[in-house]
Design a protein around this ligand. Structure first.
Ligand code: T1G
Ligand code: NAD
Length: 706
């Protein structure tokens, strides 16, 4: 076994009787093969040198260790494995001390758990978030964490993927000492020397038993979490494997339980969910790097204006306030402004009522909120986000006002869902300052932010939009200008497929069930009822004049809207919502309307399996995704994936529609499209990019590579 480490990533230094081991592998000291080799060599060096009384491990830069190197997963394993390194650390004849600052996550925490003494600085973040990657802690974490914390807190940490702060980590027994200040090396060295001076001995965690002493209580906690997990994360693979591994901690001797953990880890590694979740992890980091962010410097944003205090304006204001920035809301009149302010205050009142915010904090946030009915109030704003009615005339009127009052260099953004931002930009004297910021409802909760890039915008304005997304903790996706940008454009197509299925014989309730079975939190008809059928209806009416008369048009939704059945907001839509219920019940009257529409359209209803339904739904989604990439509306397939996962409920464990297509194979998707084209050749035309990739034996991921 070649343990020669590339010298730079792990270094050892003698500080008195302590051997200091420093991991320096930017950006987050991930446990790549070189780091593993370096750690192993350092322990062997310590054991071989009798003058060494203790070992101190620290991370250089902004992290202790953020885990195994995720980029190595799916590739041939290289020795030593992390379990080997952890066992060797634990077996060291000298006390091994870790001093943690920043992230100690996954394999990083497992290194700490395999050491004998743990100190954490105030900024430390400790966790075993492998479940978020479709994995489980595979280097002894499922065995050592319960031995220090007990079954319940350890399992809750592993099943949630949550990062614990240092104080909580001390309270649950994960660490022994809280460091002070921000000099991790000084704090760690003082602790190590104190241990040497006190003659502290090695303390293998594998031998810790106190936290598992009460076996019936541990078993009861595990059983309860098993039931809860099966309910909360149906269909997810690794959570139940984590529970199975911890069951081993209760039933088996340590080494047998670690062997079981390894077996279960390898099962997770092989699961497609791991591939989907790791794709999602890296994709949501790649989307933040656009051509503009690489070449331009963002403008400073210290004050923000929001036009409109409705559903979106209020949510956007809250998102900006939560980022610590001041907000000026402008509305049409006093009554509308009062409504806008009330919409904003309602969010914070809810947090106070739930005890998740103090009245003092609420007051402090709202002190940064002001309102006006005069655009002049925006004269000093660095950025203004417009969220008024989805009508071009209203938008242009607002932008004309902004062009009049805003200072030079102010960024002018629109939250339009569909309208042509090039046309809005062309209507003002400073088109280079106009950009699309497409938030998703509720805007203070939904992570996705489509940054829509019109033709005349300057690169630093786009860079400013990405910088804002970071401040608002949003996941930004760069999108080109077209009808519906990336997300709503694709939604229109796969939603049409759902309508076709409805008219061809499937019920809205079966279609929604098929989508949930696939992993969606809600099906398309539940989503329509949540968002409100009136918005889609307005869009369909706006498009009626330009709709291709040859294209199939299902009128079922129109029939419901004509009755005012817009969904939750009107108490019924596709479902019934008695007394404001949030979960709807199937409605026989809707089924009757659908039957009548089938007769009007002359379609003979037939049965569909859930698989049939999802094959059509996903084929339409992937096909339109390929068009969106080919036209450059999305930079890469991964941008489509991030958009659908963060904005449209696509199951994260599948990575996104383009990743899913790669998983099932592009030829399979094409075969489905060609089969469906027998029924409707106009709707089902394979995207040229899909054909090209198949011809070249490539997949969508090949387009994600820089
Ligand atoms: N491996 C490889 N690269 C990583 C990485 C990792 N573990 N963690 C982060 N990066 C890269 C990331 O892609 C980005 O790269 C840069 O570091 C900065 O990250 C056996 C199986 C640590 C909280 O799940 O949660 O251990 O885009 O933009 O917002 O049991 O990164 O600059 O090229 O996210 O400050 C378990 C994953 C692994 C933690 C920092 N560990 N990382 O957040 O920066 S599985 C995790 C994070 C494991 C063992 C198992 C976050 C962070 P680039 P960033 P950040
Ligand atoms: P809304 O009807 O809830 O709110 C619009 C607000 O704009 C109203 O309060 C109105 O008084 C105000 N307003 C209208 N004209 C104005 C003017 N000239 N000056 C100042 N205020 C004015 O609408 P909404 O749902 O918040 O949608 C707003 C925009 O956001 C639309 O472009 C919509 O397409 C887009 N959008 C909506 C959603 C959603 O789910 N609702 C999601 C993303 C984007």
């Amino acid at each position: 076994m070649n343990t020669e480490a590339t010298p730079s990533v792990v270094t050892t230094t003698r500080l008195g009787r302590v051997l200091l081991v420093t991991i320096n592998h930017p950006p987050v000291n991930a446990l790549s093969v070189d780091v593993r080799r370096g750690l192993l060599a350092a322990v062997q060096e310590a054991d071989a040198d009798d003058s060494v009384a203790a070992v101190l491990i620290v991370g250089a830069g902004r992290a202790f260790i953020a885990g195994a190197d995720i980029r190595e997963f799916g590739k041939p394993p290289m020795a030593p494995s992390l379990p080997e390194v952890c066992s060797r650390l634990e077996a060291c004849r000298k006390p091994v001390v870790v001093a943690i600052h920043g992230p100690a996550l996954g394999g990083g925490l497992e290194v700490a758990l395999s050491s004998h003494y743990r100190l954490a600085m105030p900024d430390a973040r400790l966790g075993l978030p492998e479940v978020l990657l479709g994995l489980l802690p595979g280097a002894g974490g499922t065995q050592r964490a319960p031995r220090l914390m007990g079954v319940k807190p350890a399992l809750e940490m592993m099943l949630s993927g949550r990062h614990l702060e240092a104080g909580e980590a001390l309270a649950v027994g994960l660490i022994d000492r809280l460091g002070e200040g921000n000099d991790v090396l000084a704090a760690g060295l003082a602790y190590a020397n104190e241990l040497v001076a006190s003659g502290a001995s090695v303390r293998p965690t594998r031998a810790a038993a106190a936290a598992l002493a009460d076996k019936p209580a541990s078993q009861a906690a595990l059983d309860a979490l098993k039931v809860d997990t099966a309910k909360r994360t149906p269909g997810l693979f690794s959570p139940l494997k984590i529970i199975e591994a911890v069951q081993g901690a209760l039933d088996l001797p340590f080494d047998e339980a670690v062997a079981l953990e390894r077996q279960l880890f390898l099962q997770c590694l092989d699961s497609p969910q791991r591939a989907g979740l790791i794709h999602a992890f890296f994709a949501e980091r790649e989307v933040a790097k656009s051509p503009e962010t690489r070449k331009a410097t963002p403008r400073a944003i210290d004050s923000v204006g929001v036009i409109g205090g409705g559903t979106m304006g209020a949510g956007i204001a809250v998102a900006v306030l939560n980022a610590g920035l001041p907000v000026i809301m402008v509305e049409r009149d006093d009554a509308s402004l009062a409504r806008g302010r009330a919409n904003v205050e309602k969010v914070y009142d809810g947090l106070v009522a739930k005890g998740r915010m103090t009245p003092g904090a609420r007051a402090a946030v709202l002190a940064r909120f002001s309102g006006s009915t005069s655009y002049d109030a925006l004269a000093q704003a660095d950025l203004v986000i417009e969220a008024v009615f989805e009508e071009m005339g209203a938008k242009k009127a607002v932008f004309a006002e902004l062009d009049r009052v805003c200072k030079p260099g102010a960024v002018l953004a629109t939250n339009t869902s569909y309208l042509d931002i090039d046309e809005i930009a062309a209507s003002v004297s400073r088109p280079q300052d106009v950009v699309g910021l497409h938030f998703f409802s509720p805007a203070h909760i939904m992570k996705l932010l489509e940054i829509v890039v019109p033709a005349q915008v300057s690169a630093d304005v786009v860079a400013t939009a990405f910088d804002l997304a970071k401040k608002l903790k949003k996941v930004p996706v760069r999108a080109g200008v077209c009808d519906g940008f990336i997300g709503n454009r694709m939604l229109a197509v796969y939603r049409a497929t759902a309508d076709h299925l409805l008219e061809d014989g499937a019920s809205p309730y079966q279609i929604d069930a098929a989508a949930r079975e696939f992993g969606y939190p809600m099906g398309p008809f539940q989503v329509a009822d949540l968002a409100g059928g009136d918005i889609g209806w307005a869009t369909r009416k706006r498009k009626a004049a330009t709709r291709d008369p040859e294209a199939r048009y299902v009128q079922i939704a129109d029939r419901l809207c004509e009755r005012g059945w817009f969904g939750q907001k009107t108490g019924r839509g596709y479902y019934l919502y008695p007394e404001g219920a949030r979960t709807g019940t199937p409605d026989d009257e809707v089924l009757a309307i659908i039957d009548a529409e089938r007769q009007r359209a002359g379609t003979t209803p037939r049965g569909f399996s859930n698989q049939d339904i999802m094959r059509r739904y996903l084929a339409a989604m992937v096909n339109e995704g390929a068009r969106v990439v080919a036209e450059g509306i999305a930079l890469r397939p991964l941008d489509v994936d991030v958009t659908l996962v963060h904005g449209y409920g696509f199951p994260r464990f599948r990575g996104g529609p383009m990743k899913y297509a790669d998983t099932v194979g592009l030829p399979t998707i094409l075969a489905d499209i060609q089969a469906f084209a027998q029924e409707d050749p106009l709707f089902w035309q394979p995207a040229p990019l899909l054909l090209k990739l198949i011809e070249e034996g490539r997949n969508f991921d090949s387009l994600n590579k820089p």
